[in-house]
Design a binder for this molecule. Structure first.
Ligand SMILES: O=c1ccn([C@H]2C[C@H](O)[C@@H](COP(=O)(O)OP(=O)(O)OP(=O)(O)O)O2)c(=O)[nH]1
Ligand SMILES: [Mg+2]
Length: 164
């Protein structure tokens, strides 16, 4: 009898990192970020608000998440990215475009929330506002040199290879 192969749906990621999370507001206990599906790249972050927050066109506000996540491994980083639906349909993106979370950061995750659209948007308390993606990081060491080894591209950039 051949050994049963695990199906795609019951394979779990080996060595999944465990991240320490602090609840800075007890209300977040019911709203812990999670992967919506087995294949989700990000966990949704919710807005910790006491009341709806009105964002006029062009307005940008720092929104609390009530969570602190200590990654603790310099080989990893967190990224806060917009949600596609909010960004495309409602113009709700990030004031810093992308949030980069250092592995040694222990403070509250904050979401710079920018209404880049042309209509007023009302953000509801605990609405899923952005997503948190854990990514691998390689820290480099810089070595000052006078010349580089020749490469095919050399110093050509910024569209040097044409458009089509
Ligand atoms: O959207 C974001 C971006 C950053 N941070 C936190 C985590 C990150 O580790 C820290 C510093 O971010 P960054 O280095 O991008 O900002 P900075 O302006 O360079 O601040 P600092 O001088 O503290 O490094 O702020 C957030 O909570 N949300
Ligand atoms: Mg910095």
């Amino acid at each position: 009898m051949p050994e049963t192969q695990p199906t795609r749906s019951d394979t779990t990621q080996p060595g999944k990192p465990r991240l320490a999370v602090k609840l800075l507001d007890e209300r977040m206990r019911d709203f812990l970020p999670r992967y919506a599906t087995q294949g989700s790249a990000g966990m949704d972050l919710r807005a910790l608000l006491d009341a709806p927050l009105t964002l006029e066109p062009g307005q940008c506000e720092l929104v609390h998440t009530g969570l602190a996540i200590h990654i603790g491994d310099p080989g990893l980083a967190g990224m806060i990215l917009p949600r596609s639906g909010l960004g495309h349909k409602h113009g709700i993106v990030l004031g810093n475009l992308v949030g980069l979370i250092d592995s040694d950061y222990q403070g509250e995750l904050m979401i710079s929330t920018w209404n880049r659209g042309s209509t007023t948007f009302v953000l509801e308390p605990f609405e899923r506002l952005a997503q948190y993606v854990l990514v691998p990081v390689v820290q480099a060491e810089l070595q000052v040199v006078e010349t580089f080894e020749a490469s095919l591209r050399g110093e050509n950039g910024f569209g040097s290879s044409g458009r089509h």
